[in-house]
Design a protein. Sequence first.
Length: 254
Amino acid sequence: MSITKESELIGMKKISEVVGTTLKLMREYAKIGMSTKELDEYGGNILKSYGAKSAPYQTYGFPGYSCISVNEEAAHGIPSEKKILKEGDLINIDVSAELNGFWSDNGGSFILGKDINNHQPLVDASKQILYKAIHRIKGGVKISEIGYLIETEAKKSGFKVIKNLAGHGVGRSLHEEPENILNYRVRTNQKRFKKNTTVAIETFISTNSTIAIELNDGWTLVGNKGGYITQHEHTILVTDSTPLILTESNGIWN
């Protein structure tokens, strides 16, 4: 959305702090032996305590308050009592919500317990690339230039990007213009970031796959060539210089 008055910025800051704090607390709450359903219920209760509503549930009827994807799952993992977290699991939590008509979105991948499966390089690449991408964004910068940066940095680290998952505008709804802030460059895309708009920037960094495909449950996405995928996401306000990171309370770079 385009921020035109102080009250809109205050609204976006509030919901962004809520989703950021929820993500941080869920990450800290995750334990070996816990089901993803229990983790999701915990996050749902935090959102409710702020008066916020789960965006995927509200918008798409998603069967959970948050998307919790484990190991080979790329995104949109459904919380389940049958999915029990184990040592070394690669977990992604994506939290988006609405409060007082404002929407915000954030996510992050992390390893539970010891890194027995050597996922840390993939997690670190995703975090660092998101940091570089966000700090390159300002009003007037081409959206395709950020896609080029993300893919180039992924290749430097020995990884790939998922080409059919993307960042997006956010604010008055979960997905707004610009709809596709891709993780690679489309040369024909001449759109530019606009000052005073709010967007969700997310990385999808992969070991093997370049496309995410949907499983039979109608939600869960996995890579087309297997392997693992990490995602990190912040909602930001585009400015004339360094963006304002609205979801910084999630602490994904800490």
